[in-house]
Design a protein around this ligand. Structure first.
Ligand SMILES: [Mn+2]
Length: 339
């Protein structure tokens, strides 16, 4: 892990020493990146570009959703960039593609596209928009290594897999890395991977011993999850599958329903979260309905939301989650029949 000068001084040093260090040292720019595949790649790509084009001193550190709570003071007193995560007006550089990036209307007001900020909610993932921005604004020529990472970021972040088999068993280096992330051995592990991605290819990073080991463990989890799925199915009729995987003993594989039942058009399920239960609902990406409904909007009836093809909600109790999921299933069946 890279410990920033700021953090170091805050932690261990008496005030006088702290001031001396902060004055004597031009603090490096810290790139805060979302801790998933495209976020990591975005962090690595931005780091490499800033080093190449501007000779910046950079370091990187992941950011997670818990840090949204004190968003106003996020990064106070440091120079920082944010990629693939919420807009912050103090960010020296900021790039994101999430439609939900602005935490308040005031923050939305503060955003204007610039030399250093770009938001493109039509981009399937974050790295391609950084590469495009760097080309247009900073005269940067991308490399085949980064183009490859950007292509895979789109596939993984927007779930544009060729087939359910590729999504579940895909063995390409990017897919092995993405699966390894599901069993990250520590919070700072991804910082090491970002560093590796600044200079290495996907193949090289995927071949690291620690990634290899994590990938094997994650693959065993996947196999268990696929085995555990069939008994959770409550109903599978008229193209809509309803399941209840609320037991904490059940491992989860996102596309298990479509793997076992490639003929379905929607799946609706109940799954546990750290703080309750979640209704998850989505189109089968490999057998989508002809007149797709807006699942995210339908989930608003249960206090949730989402995109057209996939949405979710966190009802207050398990009973509510089960009732909501069953209701969604009925609504989808009716809609498919009418369609
Ligand atoms: Mn992301």
């Amino acid at each position: 892990m890279v410990v920033t000068a700021e953090e170091h001084t805050r932690r261990d040093c008496p005030r006088a020493v702290r001031v001396a260090i902060l004055r004597g040292m031009a603090a490096p720019l810290t790139i805060h990146y979302h801790r998933d595949f495209d976020g990591m790649v975005a962090g690595a790509v931005l780091a490499a570009i800033l080093i190449d084009q501007f000779g910046e001193r950079v370091q990187w550190k992941s950011v997670n959703y818990d840090q949204k709570r004190n968003w106003e003071t996020f990064g106070a007193g440091t120079r920082f960039a944010i990629v693939d995560f919420h807009f912050h007006p103090d960010a020296a550089y900021w790039f994101d593609h999430h439609p939900t990036t602005f935490l308040t209307p005031e923050l939305r007001e503060l955003y204007k596209p610039s030399e250093r900020w770009n938001w493109d909610e039509t981009s399937p993932s974050c790295p391609p928009l950084i590469l495009r921005h760097a080309k247009q604004h900073w005269g940067y020529t991308s490399s085949e290594r980064f183009e490859e990472m950007a292509r895979w970021s789109d596939v993984i972040d927007a779930a544009r897999y060729e087939s359910v088999d590729q999504a579940i068993f895909g063995d390409a280096p990017a897919l092995r890395i993405a699966r390894a992330l599901t069993v990250a051995p520590s919070q700072t592990w991804t910082d090491e991977l970002v560093e590796a991605l600044t200079t290495g290819t996907l193949e090289q990073v995927a071949s690291r011993e620690d990634v290899e080991r994590a990938h094997q463990r994650a693959s065993r989890n996947r196999d268990k999850a696929l085995e555990q799925f069939p008994p959770t199915v409550l109903k599978n009729e008229d193209g809509v599958l309803l399941y209840d995987a609320s037991s904490s003993k059940i491992r989860r594989e996102r596309f298990a329903a479509f793997y076992h039942h490639p003929e379905i058009q929607y799946s609706v399920g109940v799954i546990p979260t750290r703080s309750g239960f979640h209704i998850t609902c989505g189109e089968n990406p490999w057998n989508p309905p002809a007149n797709g409904l807006h699942v995210g909007e339908m989930m608003e009836a249960y206090g949730g939301g989402g995109h057209r093809a996939v949405g979710g909600a966190n009802p207050p109790s398990l009973e509510d989650a089960r009732r909501g999921a069953a209701e969604m299933r009925d609504k989808l069946v009716v809609a498919l029949k009418d369609g």
